[in-house]
Ligand binder design. Sequence first.
Ligand code: SF4
Length: 105
Amino acid sequence: MEPQDVMARIDALEARCPKLGHQVPFAYCRKEAVSLPCPRSLVCWGHRFPVELVLRKILSPEAFKAAFGTEPKSRVENLMEAIEAAKARCASSSEGSRRRGSPHP
Ligand code: SF4
């Protein structure tokens, strides 16, 4: 099998996009940010095939760094950030309630 045939097969793989809420082919993900891959590509596709290896093969080192300069966050990291943000919102909300309920402004 020729390399372009392998790439065509990989491009045709589909996954449910958490951002768009529907199926997308890998061909979309690898060009989602104009000419760069979606920053979540490594997370979304890592369990399906060696996506980092494929992207390092088809992108220049500069393009790879531009797309993934910062490590993609894991689901746990995203969840922890969401919990911390919710805690901060609750704290500021209850602080505001205390001030509003105070007899002395
Ligand atoms: S890599 Fe990006 S565009 Fe592709 S499925 Fe994941 S979030 Fe959606």
